[in-house]
Design a protein around this ligand. Structure first.
Ligand SMILES: O=C(O)[C@@H](CO)OP(=O)(O)O
Length: 211
């Protein structure tokens, strides 16, 4: 039996708006972020999906995105598991710094490498590889078994914890992952085969503005 895995990056946060590296810091959604989560929820509602369980991180921007989606599709009280395993990548010493100021200080290319490369960690923080080393085991033990049972599973998380997951689901190379950016609030709907490979992938919205 094939199940459904829906991944959604949280809506714009207060620190996204201020263009600050965020990582494990815990700012809430902005009004725009709430609107993005709602737009994603409406797109999901149109598919008629009803979830069996939701997973989110221990950060408020992902939790609130998750709840906005569940409220909109009439599943406000759905079982929701919160776990730091799917938190954003830890940005270490960069957390709280303005991204443009960082580009001025260290150069455009170095900042891009810290933000998007596979295995170069920002100072004191996690690389995407490090992030995947906690996201992937959690996916295998806690999330995937539910999908393989035929359930419909929502995962509301973060740009880089989801990039780590998508890299493996989509079998992307270290070069390809450099270019992957996720838009806030746009659901990605995976249908998985019984052997856990991807049978189908649909993006319910516009990813082109992501950077
Ligand atoms: O600051 C962060 O935690 C992330 C996500 O907003 O930023 P980036 O997209 O630069 O990896």
């Amino acid at each position: 039996m094939s199940g459904t895995l829906v991944l959604v990056r949280h809506g714009q946060s207060e620190w996204n708006l201020k263009n600050l590296f965020t990582g494990w810091k815990d700012p809430d959604l902005t009004d725009q972020g709430r609107a993005e989560a709602l737009a994603g929820a409406k797109a999901l509602a149109e598919t008629g999906i009803k979830f069996d369980i939701a997973f989110t991180s221990n950060l408020i921007r992902a939790q609130n995105t998750c709840q906005i989606i569940l409220d909109e599709i009439g599943q406000s009280d759905l079982e929701t598991v919160k776990d730091e395993a799917i938190n954003e990548r830890d940005y270490g010493d960069l957390a709280g710094l303005n991204k443009d100021d960082a580009r001025k200080k260290w150069g455009e290319e170095q900042v891009h490498i810290w933000r998007r490369s596979y295995d170069v960690p920002p100072p004191g923080g996690e690389s995407l590889k490090d992030t995947g080393a906690r996201v992937w085991p959690y996916y295998l033990t806690d999330i995937l078994p539910r999908v393989l049972r035929g359930e419909k599973v929502l995962v509301a998380a973060h740009g880089n914890s989801l990039r780590a997951l998508i890299m493996i689901l989509d079998r992307m190379s270290k070069e390809e992952i450099l270019k992957l950016n996720l838009a806030t609030g746009v659901p990605i709907v995976y249908t998985l085969n019984p052997d856990s490979t991807v049978a189908d992938k649909a993006v319910l919205g516009d990813m082109s503005s992501a950077h």
